[in-house]
Design a protein around this ligand. Sequence first.
Ligand code: ZN
Length: 199
Amino acid sequence: MSVAPLFRALEQSLRCLPGVGPRSATRMALHLLERDRERAAGLASALVDALERLTHCNRCHNLTETQPCGICRNPERETGVLCVVGSPGDILAIEQSGLYTGQYYCLQGLLSPLEGLGPDEIGLPALFARVQDERPSEVVIALASTVEGEATTHQIVMQLKGQTRLTRLAQGVPVGGELDHIDATTLSQALASRTELGR
Ligand code: ZN
């Protein structure tokens, strides 16, 4: 069986996407070539443009095509609150909530000695320098609730304790979640971070 090498190459390239296995790569390649060549061309040029023009903001490390990024240079945003996240995707998610109006600092990953990611690799020294320089009144730590996220949060707290108010996102019962479907760890975190409703 001989399959066009360019088709195979396209399939292989699509498999770099998260969650795309061999079968979906084949389906996607066929869809782009057989059903929607126009949008496929749009996709190709959007990808080239993004790769050429998007870089990381030199202040917060978010993805941007200007220096600094739109969030960093928006004069209407609060300057005294700094939110630490683990990836540009987390900034998108928080911005979508529309409830946060402060500044960001995006780490370049989370501490993971096994993957060779230490404080320098993920940009902790730059975060500490920025806090020392700008003296925000609050640093909100919004990192994943995983072993790596907890280790990174711990390191930040150890370093910044005493310099500013440190907070983290509440952890616990998801909206729409039934208590008896929630695992014990999540439930105990929810209990520990319960909030006052009145007295
Ligand atoms: Zn920025």
